[in-house]
Design a protein around this ligand. Structure first.
Ligand code: PHE
Length: 345
């Protein structure tokens, strides 16, 4: 019996050695370690042995079983290892290569900048009023004191959509939204309004590094019973402080047909801190926005009585602000959809 067991072990190990496929391995397992396999059969024969031999033979049978089980597990591991190295050889894989970056979406720099501006004006009590991009000549010009053939029209090169009696056009600025906001929100000129009017504007320009045919503007309008030029200066100064940090601003006279008086606001250059650089053309200041007190006739066109109501308005170009903030040298990058540009933000 002892010889049988030793022979069984030697046969089993000899048969296992050349096996390298799953079916043969399973057959081997069933043949030797299965419930009806050779080891089980030997165990069953123990009972028939004389008592004196039973102990030694039983011990050997258990040892043999343990040895074959260990050999089986080692074989399973060796086969896995071999399968892995074979597949690695078949399709070479350099595990030291750096991983591929996951492409993730992000906000367009113009959108991120607009949202920053909305947040600041929102904190200061201004609501967003969305006005239309396709406008009538009346809204875009006439109700803003720019009659047909007025020389000020030269400032707003215009795309006309349809040359009907109404002269439908793409708005050249967000200012026509002033009229719409007043008419829609003031309840017949009886309630104050405080809104910003953001959105795309269009001008018939020669496209260059400095001019685009489309761009965003953020218009602002505040009308109340006692709104003064001091309110305009204070509000815009506070906006600049929140947007650009603690730095000087300056106002000086300008002209727009729909505001009187009109002003322009500059902020100390954020690139050179006023020392003078190419960005501020060595003036130390950057032009940020146009503004003014709403012209009495414009108030009237919006439904207010200018004897009792007054207001201020302003208009800024957020892309211009983003250009200044990030030192972008060409405005055409904004709508060119060039990933090399967009991925920098
Ligand atoms: N609409 C003017 C422009 O496009 C800007 C502006 C808005 C000026 C409101 C004064 C008041 O240049």
């Amino acid at each position: 019996m002892i010889n049988d067991l030793n022979q069984l072990r030697a046969d089993a190990l000899a048969q296992l050695a050349p096996i390298w496929d799953d079916t043969a391995l399973e057959e081997w397992r069933v043949k030797y370690l299965g419930r009806k396999g050779a080891i089980s059969a030997s165990m069953e024969q123990l009972g028939a042995l004389p008592k004196e031999e039973r102990g030694a033979v039983g011990k050997l049978a258990n040892e043999t079983k343990g040895e074959l089980e260990a050999a089986y597990i080692a074989k399973v591991g060796a086969m896995k290892q071999r399968a892995l190295s074979e597949s690695l050889e078949a399709e070479p894989l350099d595990v030291t290569l750096p991983g591929r970056p996951v492409l993730r979406g992000r906000l367009h720099p113009a959108t991120a900048n607009l949202r920053e501006i909305y947040r600041i004006w929102g904190d200061m009590g201004f609501q967003i009023f969305r006005s239309r991009q396709v406008e009538s000549d009346e809204m875009n010009f006439q109700l803003l004191n720019i009659p047909p053939n007025h020389p000020a029209r030269d400032n707003w090169s215009t795309f006309y959509v349809a040359d009907t009696e109404q002269r439908v056009l793409l708005r050249t600025h967000t200012s026509p939204g002033q009229i719409r906001a007043m008419r829609q929100l003031s309840q017949g000129g009886t309630q104050p309004v405080r809104v910003i009017l953001p959105g795309m504007c269009y001008r018939y320009e020669q496209i260059s590094a400095r001019y685009e045919i489309q761009f965003n503007q953020v218009e602002g309008l505040a009308v109340g019973r006692n709104v003064t030029f001091a309110d305009l200066k204070g509000t815009l100064t506070e906006f600049a402080r929140r947007m650009f940090g603690e730095r000087p601003v300056r106002f000086y006279g300008d002209h727009f047909p729909f505001t009187e008086p009109s002003a322009q606001m500059d902020v100390q250059c954020i690139i050179c801190d006023g020392a003078g650089c190419a960005m501020c053309k060595y003036t130390g200041f950057l032009e940020i926005l146009g503004a003014g007190m709403v012209h009495p006739q414009v108030l009237r066109n919006g439904g207010y009585d200018p004897a009792e109501w007054s207001g201020f308005a302003f208009g800024m170009g957020p892309e211009r602000i983003a250009i200044l903030k990030h030192g972008i040298e060409d405005i055409r990058y904004f709508w060119a959809n060039d990933l090399r540009f967009l991925e920098q933000f």
